[in-house]
Ligand binder design. Sequence first.
Ligand code: NAP
Length: 223
Amino acid sequence: MRILTDDELPAADAIARHVAVPADRPKDQALVRLNMIASADGALEVSGRSGALGNHDDSLVFGGLRAAADAVVVGIATAVSEHYHAPTGAEPPIYVVAKEADVAGDPELFATGRATLVLPEDAGPTPDGVAALRVGTGGRVDLAGLVAHLAGKVVMFEGGPSLAGAMVSLGLVDEFFLSVAPRVVGSGAARVVHGLAADTTPWALAHVLVDDEGFVFLRYRRV
Ligand SMILES: NC(=O)c1ccc[n+]([C@@H]2O[C@H](COP(=O)([O-])OP(=O)(O)OC[C@H]3O[C@@H](n4cnc5c(N)ncnc54)[C@H](OP(=O)(O)O)[C@@H]3O)[C@@H](O)[C@H]2O)c1
């Protein structure tokens, strides 16, 4: 049995190691890193938001992954429900996957041009001033095309669960960072990745952290 935890390291160093970009990643492809949080019983949100599940260390993991990223990819429903803000300063640009050119749910996010709406070619016209990337047809973004567009970049992929299901089923997610909150939430909350055919292929457990509050931070690598 291998020990994967960093029991003796200061918290900041342990988290830095947890999120470190693999040195041997292929530089001509995107490295897509999915980050999600769930309760111990698998709920991904409380009252429509994931924030109620997190703690300070989860924020540090999230921040570490964002700091290591060249780009963020997220589904439109998550951007709206989690009230995403436009990136500022050194924060990576955000790509928001949607079916329609409708930014009414979070207009501020798109106001600075550092958030790009990712749409199928046949979606309607983009509102003035909104940056758009068009890839795919038939009302669906070609997710493989989007990842190809981001070749060479470290991509933090922030879900939500239906977009994550589509990305995982296409083999487009390279790493899965899962924070497990010590809560048994119940409710009818969905799972963190869902929607498509079941796949029992094992992923490699690359790293584990446990904090003083009982949060477990898991890092898996697609084999
Ligand atoms: N716990 C966590 O870490 C975490 C993380 C993120 C979000 N969340 C929670 O998850 C909930 C949102 O979940 P969600 O699954 O609805 O959000 P989502 O994945 O962010 O967005 C779903 C939307 O994206 C569309 N979409 C998916 N694939 C597409 C494609 N290839 N091309 C164009 N559009 C595509 C979907 O269309 P279709 O319906 O047609 O497929 C749907 O309209 C929120 O409550 C949020 O708080 C939790």
